[in-house]
Design a binder for this molecule. Structure first.
Ligand code: UD1
Ligand code: CA
Length: 455
């Protein structure tokens, strides 16, 4: 079976009350349309055709990719009209229709639906709801066979009582499509060309309409307003949380955990509350992440501990290393095994060798720190002159006293020591002590200024 996928994404989404086209609103850090495209790709179709209209330029710009064919629908004349715009580009024998504002559809559900399609059969995804208001209703005959879909606004009272609704997602044999599209009319309550009218035509042509249902109704829930968007977000997060728990992660509270990207996890990982994982995050076995941490595009190797309120981005934390509380690792931070970063320490493009330590109140930018080197509290690298950045290199077993300013470019060699309060501007040779501060001077009998008393 060859497959073309048509994604309907031309609608306006007035109820979002937004300058952003509806399908670009994010769920879990990716646009709704982005999620649908991600699912579509997993079916390995020969074409993905995205029908755009409202905000078309922005949608195209944000999502452009080699495997996507954007099709313009200038006026939104209905779902049937939308699919018809993609028709000239369709070459496969099966067409699957998805909605750009229904982001949580599962690939497994679509596979079940596609298994129903043949030359003589359509696959229609339906959902049974307590309150199907607004949905097209699935009309069945006495034998239970689907005969038509009637839109809510066109339905009789008896038809409105039907609880089985149309999700809008369907799969059909492409060979028939051109004929059916040509026969659509807009003679209905909304004056639109309904894709759903294809169902009655197919039945009249002797085809069978086979139905499937999603395991969870949220899979086919669209977002028309921000409240529904928030419901999709929570559902996605719970689903993602459950997936991680099934793989060996303890989540202190799945309701206070967010994933906005792709996460891979090992076993016996512990994640405390209010943790956000963004982008590509790799978490190996036995990692512990404290509360209120943001981890973005980073790798945490086996046994890493990230303590409360830390922000880790573009970093690699080696086996058994730790950071926080209140640590900030910025892009290019690399901690080798057992390196330690303590509170109020910021790293940017800095490498701490095995067992190296920066325990308190430190900024290391463009720095190379050798194994076992210890950096005293309040130390900063002066790596930027307002125009250029320079490197600070510290060897192994270096001891940097508290409150040092290391003015880059500068080289502090193996085993060297710098005195507290030093401003280091020159190379310190291996094993030497550098003292680079003003000598203390005491003035005896010093008289403090006194306030003049008002009478
Ligand atoms: C549609 C179905 C209805 C189903 C419901 C599920 C039709 C006629 N009705 O109704 O049976 O129960 O979805 O939510 O198909 N779109 C375009 N171009 C258009 C019109 C729509 O791209 O000209 C896109 C929209 O952006 C949206 C999707 O198609 O993603 C559905 O359109 P919408 O107007 O929401 O359809 P409903 O009236 O809800
Ligand atoms: Ca809708």
């Amino acid at each position: 079976m060859s497959l073309d996928i048509v994604i309907l994404a031309a609608g306006q989404g007035t109820r979002m009350r937004s300058a952003l086209p509806k399908v670009l609103h994010p769920v879990a850090g990716n646009s709704m349309l982005g999620h649908v495209i991600h699912s579509a790709r997993q079916l390995q179709p020969q074409g993905i055709h995205v029908v755009i209209g409202h905000g078309a330029e922005l949608v195209r710009e944000r999502l452009a990719a080699d495997d996507l064919n954007f099709v313009m629908q200038d006026k939104q004349l209905g779902t049937g009209h939308a699919v018809a715009q993609a028709l000239p580009a369709i070459t496969a024998d099966t067409v699957l229709v998805l909605y750009g504002d229904v982001p949580l559809i599962e690939v497994e559900t679509l596979q079940r639906l596609l298994a129903k399609v043949s030359d003589t059969q359509l696959g229609l995804l339906t959902v049974t709801l307590q309150d199907p208001t607004g949905y097209g209703r699935i009309v069945r005959d006495g034998a239970g066979q689907v005969t038509a879909i009637v839109e809510h606004k066109d339905a009789s009272e008896a038809q409105k009582a039907i609880k089985e609704g149309n999700t809008g997602i369907l799969a059909l044999p492409a060979a028939r499509l051109a004929d059916w599209m040509g026969r659509l009319s807009n003679n209905n309550a909304q004056g639109e060309y309904y894709l759903t009218d294809v169902i009655a035509m197919a039945v009249a042509d002797g085809l069978v309409v086979a139905t499937e249902q999603p395991h969870d109704p949220m899979e086919v829930q669209g977002a028309n307003d921000r409240r529904q968007l928030s419901e999709l977000e929570r559902h996605y997060q719970l689903r993602e949380g459950r997936r991680l728990m099934a793989q060996g992660v303890t989540l202190r509270d799945p309701a206070r955990f967010d994933v906005r990207g792709e996460v891979t996890v090992g076993r016996d990982v512990l994640i405390d509350i209010n943790v956000i994982l963004e982008g590509k995050v790799v978490i190996e076995d036995d990692v512990q992440i404290g509360p209120n941490c943001v981890i973005k595009d980073s790798t945490l190797r086996k046994g890493v501990v990230v303590k409360a309120n830390s922000h880790i981005e573009g970093a690699v934390m080696g086996e058994g290393s730790d950071a926080g509380p209140f640590a900030r690792l910025r892009p290019g931070s690399v901690l080798d095994a057992k390196a330690h970063v303590g509170n109020f320490v910021e790293l940017k493009n800095a490498h701490l060798g095995e067992g190296a330590k920066a325990g308190h109140l430190t900024y290391l930018g463009d720095a190379e720190v050798g194994a076992r080197t210890n950096i005293g509290a309040g130390t900063i690298t002066c790596n930027y002159d307002g125009a250029n950045k320079f490197k600070t290199v510290m060897g192994e077993d270096v001891f940097i006293g508290s409150n040092n300013s290391l003015v880059a470019p500068v080289d502090i060699k193996d085993g060297a020591t710098t005195a507290a309060g030093s401003t280091i501007t020159q190379t310190v040779e291996a094993g030497d002590l550098a003292v680079a501060r003003a000598r203390q001077r005491n003035i005896s009998g010093w008289k403090r200024p006194e306030k003049i008393k008002k009478s």
